[in-house]
Ligand binder design. Sequence first.
Ligand code: MN
Length: 198
Amino acid sequence: MSFELPKLAYAYNALEPYIDAMTMEIHHTKHHAAYTNNLNNAIKDSENENKSIEEILKNISKYPMVVRNNGGGYYNHNVFWEIMSPNGGGEPKGDLLQAILKDFGSFEKFKESFNNAAATRFGSGWAWLVNQNGKLVISSTPNQDNPLMDVAEIKGTPILAIDVWEHAYYLKYQNRRPEYINAFWNVIDWNLVAKRFV
Ligand code: MN
């Protein structure tokens, strides 16, 4: 068994003007494809071939760095593609909204903390909304680390993710990471985030 690059549920230009088509295509067919291939090569002919990505990530401290970087890269982009859509924007509803209000006070405060985590991650990495058994927290991780990893400072299940590597925004936004982060709110599909929050 090997890990497969997922197909996107929308076209590369579907998230325009917030995320441009060329960035999406290169990000998916080059960057995500490379993480996937490198992960498969790193675990080839080992017992890890039969493990789920979640199983590998939760014991990542026992693996070589090549698995940490590429296993994280494989998983993180799966989440990222999954929670965006051309029908994004607005605010969450139902249980997810209630949990956000309980743990952050208001949607605006939540948005501010998430933006801050994404903007202040130095260098390459990710910002997350993490479910810790019903409690929501925000975190950010360097490189391709994520909250499923046993090495993460803040652990839990990621339900929302933003990639703040320069390859995620540089073609359209250059050094203006905060503009990209603001634009991202227009492509977050809260119905899809809610599906990850159970
Ligand atoms: Mn990326």
